[in-house]
Design a protein around this ligand. Structure first.
Ligand SMILES: NC(=O)c1ccc[n+]([C@@H]2O[C@H](COP(=O)([O-])OP(=O)(O)OC[C@H]3O[C@@H](n4cnc5c(N)ncnc54)[C@H](O)[C@@H]3O)[C@@H](O)[C@H]2O)c1
Length: 317
């Protein structure tokens, strides 16, 4: 099977990474979101990523801006994904958003088409139940930033067929990604565990046991982690972390997943992490520096990229 055009639903934090990865690997993306403004902003971010990513990863090749633009169709009309070869869904981590979208896209595309459901915590079996093709729905938990992460958690829902898994694995191999295939329960492996430690780190901060910097430093310097739990939450987006904890709490009916009030308060205050330049930590220079990148001077560009986004720089190690 050929992957000429992939439908990408949702052009937020993760959708932007998905589109970046596809266009860098020569695959066209039909990108759907709810407004032209969001799509325009996403396109700008993708073009920034396309420019910087080959400097940060040896496996990515530089492509021209025009080439990247040619490989992106931006649309608010879901019908435009009708002729795609695969769908990757990355909309808001909220069942009331995902459910009607799946019901709708199910009616738009041919019955044999497979969907990759990208979710932090919502059960793939539950997502598949919103469609008439549960065998064709497979979980694809992509890591952030998508284009720089070589490994993906792939989830087999109750009805997921071998064909759907194989189709996804073929797409992932074109993106030079390795898959770890697991069974389906909310949060899968990664987020069922990681959201507990991110949430507990927020409680430690709320209890004033340590500062955000100290909490993250302990994980980095004592445990050798690349990032601390609060930095990780800022990278994911605090709104997504909060919603994921709510899904885990609801799904397992277990109080250990109750969201820390400080985390919820930051979300209500609009401090969502890196995407708003402020979360548990402040990122005052990140956006400014990304805007200043000079494509004519790759060395300076790399230095600025490293300074602007330590997470991306970490990926080079
Ligand atoms: N952020 C991460 O690190 C991360 C990692 C892995 C998986 N995920 C999962 O990926 C999904 C997206 O996460 P995100 O961080 O990109 O969220 P986000 O809030 O940054 O982006 C979500 C996007 O979906 C769009 N959207 C909402 N309803 C839509 C609709 N009906 N049609 C089209 N677009 C719609 C929103 O406008 C927004 O642009 C979530 O399910 C999340 O759990 C996130």
């Amino acid at each position: 099977m050929k992957f000429q055009r992939v439908g990408v639903l949702g052009a937020g934090n993760i959708g932007i990474g998905v589109v970046t990865d596809l266009v860098l690997h020569g695959i066209s993306a039909v990108v759907v979101d709810v407004s032209e403004d969001i799509l325009k902003r996403a396109q700008t971010e993708v073009l920034n990523n396309v420019r910087v990513a080959p400097l940060l990863s040896k496996t990515l090749t530089r492509i021209a801006k025009e080439e990247a633009l040619q490989r992106m169709v931006l649309t608010t009309d879901l019908e435009d994904v009708a002729s795609c070869d695969f769908i990757i869904e990355n909309v808001t981590e909220d069942w009331s958003v995902k459910k009607p979208l799946y019901a709708k896209v199910d009616r738009v595309v041919p019955p044999e088409l497979c969907f990759g459901a990208n979710t932090s915590c919502i059960s793939i079996t539950q997502i598949a139940s919103a469609t008439r093709r549960p065998a064709n729905v497979v979980g694809i938990h992509l890591m952030n930033p998508v284009h720089l992460k070589p490994t993906v958690e792939v989830i087999r829902g109750f009805h997921t067929s071998d064909r759907a898994v194989d189709t996804l694995l073929r797409l992932l191999s074109l993106l030079h990604k390795e898959a770890i295939i697991v069974e389906d329960l909310p949060g899968f492996v990664s987020n069922r565990i990681s959201h507990l430690f991110m949430n507990e780190a927020a409680f430690v901060l709320q209890d004033k046991v340590a500062t955000a910097e100290q909490i993250d430093l302990i994980f980095k310097k004592c445990f050798g982690h690349k990032m601390g739990p609060l930095e990780t939450a800022d990278l994911i987006g605090l709104d997504t972390v909060m919603r994921s904890l709510d899904v885990l709490y609801e799904s397992f009916q277990d109080p250990k997943y109750r969201c820390c009030p400080l985390l919820r308060k930051l979300v209500h205050a609009g401090h969502l992490g890196r995407k708003t330049n402020r979360g548990f930590h402040a990122y005052p220079q990140a956006q400014e520096m990304k805007r200043e990148i000079d494509p004519a001077n790759p060395t300076a560009e790399l230095a600025r990229a490293k300074a602007a986004d330590c997470v991306l720089a970490e990926e080079r190690k």
